[in-house]
Design a protein around this ligand. Sequence first.
Ligand code: ATR
Length: 283
Amino acid sequence: MADSTRFLLAGVMGWPVMHSRSPLMHNYWFGKLGLAGAYVPLAIEPAGLAAALRALAPLGFAGCNLTIPHKQQAMTIVDEVDEVAERIGAISCVVVRRDGSLYGTNNDWRGFIDNLKQEQPGWRADAGPVAVIGAGGGSRAVCYGLLQEGAEEIRLVNRTTAHAEAIADEFAGPISVLPWVSRHEALEGAALVVNTTSCGMVGQPALDLRLDRLPQRALAADIIYIPLETPFLAAARERGHHTVNGLGMLLHQGRPAWKLWFGLEPEVTAELRERMERSIAGQ
Ligand code: ATR
């Protein structure tokens, strides 16, 4: 539980890190809850990650988030990696325990699922087949979350089929891998399609995916949040689909982090979303 007599500290380690919108979000929560605290961007070179993580405890940090490129390397540094992070293969959140030891977990999957639930009340993972495009770190978190929520059929498609097969083998759930050439057909009868590739991100080519097989009622989600609306989401919106962007995933993975660091669960409010959207749009 947050101790009102202490200055609460957390941050995000990345390289580079100054583009991160996490400080805006967490500092909004400190203000909203009237708590004395700060969430800081920490630019840490990969070679300095171990020293930086070990410095969290003496500096009085409750913990930190990790972003590119530290999510995998941190697994070899922290004292305990929980089962979720182990399965996803990456740590997104580090917690400094009472004895100063470091515990690593992954809240990205929670962010993805909780955001879908907030954006589409009544959403269920078992409402129909889910097409997941991409098989990188983001895909692993999304697939893990969908399986946790009881998805009955995940159609996984990736440019490099072997990467998708590795996820299907490791997760051992109802995941079927389709070749990249079949990606358009993978949307046939789907209730949800998720882009987890880097396609559509600022500076990257758009995702090459035809939506003509996607049923009208299907939901389209992207885990990218810069830009807020990727060409894939824009095309889905124009076809009349409900769309969900990646910003909510970022917002919602912050809540379980706060629970672990400070014993609190701040709200993802419309005001917070607007502030983040304004910041991203203005960049
Ligand atoms: P992250 O951890 O953010 O998911 P990543 O691990 O680098 O990032 O994964 C990027 C994903 O985008 C992968 O699925 C990648 O496909 P490959 O496994 O074949 O590399 C996918 N990707 C990147 N550029 C792509 C492109 N031009 N077309 C299709 N898929 C692409």
